[in-house]
Design a protein around this ligand. Sequence first.
Ligand code: TMP
Length: 202
Amino acid sequence: MSGLFITLEGVDGAGKSSHLDWLAAAIRARGRVVRMTREPGGTPLGELLREIVLHQPMHPETEALVMFAARREHLSQIIRPALAAGEVVISDRFTDASFAYQCGGRGLPEARLAALEQWVHGDLQPDLTLLFDVPTEIAAARLANAREPDRFEREQGEFHGRVRAAYLRRAAAYPMRIRVIDGGRTLDEVRSQLAVILGTLF
Ligand code: TMP
């Protein structure tokens, strides 16, 4: 069986994390080995870099480089070996998040990120990306009840709107890979939509 690489994306508060366990269980029920992981993070070094990038002020370009440094490690330690072993890798965020947050949110030129993407994983893209989309007011209301916010969640004003718009632009540019999920729907409605998508994959 060949490996399958699935990524989950969306603005903070879009609800993707509520569906991770369900998604993994639904794929395991189809007889596949599932490896769940996340970015930034997924490896011991990646988790250290995550702590730094989520809490330490830094230049936007440094931020982009740290994301890709963690990703480089993640690819060689976790993602590529799991795919080679025929597993289904589900990553909570990947490179679309860099285009959305560092380009859309922070304003870095896309060409910079495209060069890093080419360097770090020019030969590998997710097979499927589930983009959880909600209006930023709903996402913000959900975050208001959450734990202590990190550097990205604390961003004010238009930042999250720009991130959302950048995600939706990517979805329009890669319609075969990126499926937009209405994260404002109920848990059951979202699961039905996910089940239909999974039905086309397995
Ligand atoms: P999480 O809260 O979904 O675990 O993601 C951590 C934060 O990191 C989230 O606010 C988005 C941000 N992020 C980027 O800015 N660029 C990236 O490339 C990745 C993977 C995450």
